[in-house]
Ligand binder design. Sequence first.
Ligand code: SF4
Length: 392
Amino acid sequence: MTRFATDGDSDRLGGLYIHIPFCVKKCIYCDFYSTIDLGKISRFLDALQREIKLAGNCRLTFDSLYIGGGTPSVLEPADIGCIVESVLGQFDVLPEAEITLEVNPGTLSPEKLEAYRQGGINRLNIGVQSFHNDNLEFLGRIHSGYQAHETIQWARQAGFDNIGLDLIYGLPGQDPGQWIADLEQAVVLAPEHLSCYMLTRESGTPLDREIKAGRLRLPTGHTMRKLFDSTIDFLAAHDFYHYEISNFARLAENGRCPWMSRHNRKYWSADPYLGLGPSAHSFIQPRRWWNFSSVSEYVRKIAAGQLPLGGEETLTREQRMLEVIYLGLRTKEGIDLRAFERNFGLTFEKVYKEELGQLQNEGLLELTPAQCRLTRDGMAFHEAVAAMLTGR
Ligand code: SF4
């Protein structure tokens, strides 16, 4: 089997992810692979162009391209434009594809945003995290709340009509009122999309080390739950549709919801995706593979004419089933029971009869003839509920 054999997935539209592994400074909570050694950018860009060519035999058709990181906006617009152009030249990408660039407010100017737009980017995901400077400083961000405001204004002036903001809540000692103030500022700016992430302790990060040393403490589960609830209530009252545990899309005036992240939904629906760049993961049923999490190793492998493959696995039917459950339960739509039966030849309600009964009685889960989805209580305890069904 070649690396890009698509098995049963060739009729499903795929997502293409490109990882830009550079940041100006590391944030205390982040465990994504990136380096602050910006001197490696030019060697990385050459290698990426070669990887795009090597991967160009992929038989998928893509309707989304997501350039993430790291901090892709450390790259000049001409470099981003070259990446987009190469991708469009090498892969089968639909003309109406969603093309997202992740940007950091500390790396932008009106001219840069304008040039990104000219280079083919049609959606921005802005890492705001908070509008409060003390929070931004604590998180190790390189920008102020004012710069975040300015960035959104500049993005609108540059013609971006599809903008997502990332925010973080649940900082040590955070006053719930301060979190609502962040949300208030966000909705006034009328982004099309909001991702609201709970601050989590990822192993090996400076945040993790501070907590281990007893110098920091995250809010209790009870406080986190209150923040989670207030997020959903506040955003619902401002016409945002809660479509995944941490994600909200603004409703259009006709009541439709056109701004859910097309790319991220692929991850939750087990759709195929191809990842390029250091540490990027790919998944085309039943195979998953990933690149080296090292710019040097990535560049070295590609210079030797090899794919920068860091590892791979072929999922068994049972592993795929468990993934469909785990990821599907993150979404408002939940698990599509008919697709489950079609794909695995099993009736979901029969296999999990006992667990489903218990979870329904506890008010954590709802079953309809077509879907199995979590209630709000269930979403708050997603990991525990999914573990009950998947035995993890
Ligand atoms: S800017 Fe983004 S990718 Fe870079 S360290 Fe901070 S959170 Fe991680």
